[in-house]
Design a protein around this ligand. Structure first.
Ligand SMILES: Cc1ncc(COP(=O)(O)O)c(C=O)c1O
Length: 439
């Protein structure tokens, strides 16, 4: 290793005595060589506490779509903090932000705010159950919908039962086993499996929840087959269930109108977080008025002390306004540079003997190492032949060269990335692949 991580190493050692694993979110623990500490972020760059500089493609795992420290967002947050931190009451900016989301997102007629993607998904599921009077949810294996008990089943696949059937695997110890009875986990991009799930649970399915693009895990950035989302829409309509889009990753990144605009398919309810807010802590769920109004017309509860936290609301409002300005020029910039990065990485893939794989969606690229001849279409196929030790070595080799990606190989691109950043990055990636080839 050429970078020094001495100070980070000392801090993580100290932290582990008082914070389990030294981290406050489990997925920060699998960093190479250990979780690092950061001192500063500016535009597309971050610096760790040892003074190492990185071109950042982690971007807070998605939210910082305008880059670190966007001055107008910071200014809006700061002014709101000075004017009044928090009232546990309403602020005018909340209405403006809800209006803006409704203007961008085709299926959004009403919006409520909360604090995380997990919460937003939780609210959508509760609403879907309230609206249908049913309890079961169809979800897809490998999709991530947050860490809450009821939905965190099947992220890492299914396990076989003695009678030949299969059950989704819980994400964690401590999840009540009874929750599994309300989860029907099927493979993504498999229409037959969806039809069978509806047949098997006739009249019991409240909703299908899906990531419109399968974004998470080591298998991320898998596109839906042509017509698959429309098929889900039709299946929901035919069976009296709601369609929920988990747009925590896709929202405001693949398009200002999210997956609904990108794919031209309307969900009944959608969950947003990450790129909604540009790095302030805010999430939202939105959908058809008839469903959303159940929050006032029926005893369908959504609450939260910090919901619509004013500094976050004004930050998100400024952030979305900037993202949309000049006909979405910043978002076009992001898509353009992500496509450049994708191209550069694909070219490297053609030059290396390693089983290097590149996939992309507008604004985000995935790299993986996978030695399997089958096409990647869902969790089952994506998990096949993945080389986790190469992935780890790749993550570290990039970090050593000043490029910061998620350990799972997801690269988010921001409006702060420049052509020069992409060129430096592709050079660094070339060097990293050469190092891996020679090991
Ligand atoms: C698609 C998706 N849904 C839900 C979540 C959970 O969001 P949060 O981490 O804000 O709770 C995530 C987080 O990465 C996500 O990618």
């Amino acid at each position: 290793m050429s970078n020094s991580y001495t100070r980070s190493e000392a801090l993580i050692g100290k932290a582990r005595a008082v914070i389990p694993g030294g981290v406050s979110s489990g997925n920060r623990a699998n960093w190479t060589p250990f979780p690092l500490y950061y001192a500063r972020g500016d535009g597309a760059r971050v610096w760790d506490v040892d003074g190492n500089e990185y071109i950042d493609y982690v971007l807070g795992r998605g939210p910082l779509i305008l880059g670190h420290g966007e001055p107008d967002v910071i200014d809006a947050v700061y002014r709101q903090l000075k004017a009044g931190q928090f009232f546990a009451g309403q602020t005018e900016a909340e209405i403006e932000l809800a209006d803006l989301i409704c203007a961008f997102v085709g299926n959004a007629e009403m919006v409520r705010f909360c604090n995380s993607g997990s919460e937003a998904v939780h609210a959508c599921i509760r609403l879907a159950r309230s609206a249908t009077g049913r309890e079961k949810i169809i979800r897809f294996t490998g999709h991530y919908h947050g860490w809450y008990d009821g939905i965190a089943w099947g992220f890492s696949g299914v396990s076989a039962n003695s009678d030949g059937s299969s059950s989704p695997v819980p994400m964690s110890l401590g999840q009540p086993s009874s929750d599994v009875s309300n989860i029907v986990a099927v493979e993504w991009n498999d229409p037959e499996a969806v039809i069978n799930a509806f047949k098997k649970c006739r009249g019991e399915i409240a909703a299908i929840i899906t990531e419109p693009i399968m974004f998470n895990g080591f298998w991320s950035n898998i596109q839906p087959f042509e017509g698959f989302l429309r098929f889900l829409r039709e299946q929901c309509d035919a069976n009296g269930a709601l369609l929920v889009f988990d747009e925590v990753q896709t929202g405001f990144r693949i398009s200002l109108g999210g997956a609904v605009e990108h794919f031209g398919v309307a969900a009944d309810l959608s969950a947003f977080a990450k790129a909604l807010s540009g790095g302030v802590c805010l999430a939202a769920f939105a959908g058809r008025k008839e469903v959303m109004k159940r929050l006032v017309e029926t005893n369908t509860v959504h609450a939260g002390t910090y919901n619509a936290y004013p500094p976050a609301v004004v930050g998100a409002l400024k952030h979305l306004t900037l993202l949309a300005a000049s006909s979405g020029a910043k978002l076009q910039h992001i898509h353009h540079y992500a496509a450049l990065l994708e191209q550069g990485l694909r070219d490297l893939g053609r030059q290396t003997q390693l089983p290097f794989l590149v996939r992309a969606s507008p604004g985000a690229v995935t790299t993986a190492f996978r030695a399997a001849p089958t096409q990647v279409i869902n969790h089952r196929s994506a998990a096949e032949g993945l080389d986790f030790s190469l992935q780890r070595a790749w993550h570290l080799a990039l970090q050593e060269r000043g490029v910061r990606i998620t350990p799972e190989g997801l690269w988010y691109v921001s409006a702060a990335h420049s052509a020069n950043d992409i060129a430096i990055t592709v050079d660094a990636a070339r060097g990293a692949l050469q190092t891996l080839s020679s090991q």
